[in-house]
Design a protein around this ligand. Structure first.
Ligand SMILES: [Zn+2]
Length: 226
């Protein structure tokens, strides 16, 4: 049962194409779990289409169609970042643990970038995902079964989608598909349930700050835009 959803502003920005890649991925991931939000986005798209139909028509150059078709058929420029590594395996072999848990569209981001899990504490790990984002860090966080993440507060906004398992904090318990927004100044300590690990997709707009004695871990949680 999903109890936490993106607000209307998020869904409107998503439908209007106004989100950058990392927040867009977090909304798309939630939509894979959530029928009501998919229906809401569908309604917003219909509304957007009707608004466009009511707009005054603009003058277009005679060769605009030809220019557009030329761009669509032009060969893609490849860079070391976008070019597949020789011998790169598919997502299924790169991360069998996650291949069935991540939305399928995320697999393409993993094809050429094997996840590297870094331990942030004895029960919390993080794996950054490179998607060409400059303003946010996109990552997976994993809390082992029964584990607690260190108490931390947020300097920036964090979007979280629960991919597998569930976790709780001072405000409630969150299940697969739940979409959470943490605002600057929020302090919390997530804990996974005892029966299984919890894996979340997270989008971070600024570093989070550990509180208390765990401050020593802070350098490991630095901001890493991808
Ligand atoms: Zn929803």
């Amino acid at each position: 049962m999903i109890n936490n959803h993106p607000n209307t502003q998020f869904l409107t920005d998503y439908a209007a194409g106004a989100l950058s890649i990392a927040p867009l991925i977090s909304i798309t991931t939630h939509l894979q779990f959530c029928d009501p939000c998919r229906e809401a986005v569908s309604g917003l798209n219909i509304l957007g289409g009707e608004l466009l139909a009511d707009c005054d028509q603009a003058e277009l150059s005679d060769d605009l169609l030809a220019q557009t078709l030329a761009k669509l058929t032009a060969p893609m420029e490849t860079t070391p970042e976008t070019q597949p590594a020789v011998g790169a395996a598919d997502a299924g072999t790169l991360c069998p643990e996650l291949a069935n848990q991540l939305p399928k569209y995320l697999h393409k981001f993993l094809n050429h970038h094997e996840l590297e899990w870094r331990a942030l504490s004895s029960t919390l790990s993080v794996a950054a995902m490179s998607v060409g984002e400059t303003d946010y860090e996109l990552a997976l966080h994993r809390i082992d079964a029964g584990g607690k993440a260190p108490v931390h507060d947020h300097k920036g906004t964090e979007l979280t989608v629960v991919l597998k398992g569930s976790f709780s904090d001072e405000d409630g318990i969150y299940h697969e598909g739940d979409f959470l927004v943490r605002q600057p100044g929020d302090v919390h300590r997530p804990s996974a349930t005892l029966d299984q690990a919890c894996i979340c997709l997270s989008v971070l707009s600024a570093p989070i700050k550990l509180t208390g004695l765990k401050r020593v871990l802070n350098p490991f949680m630095r901001f890493n835009p991808s």
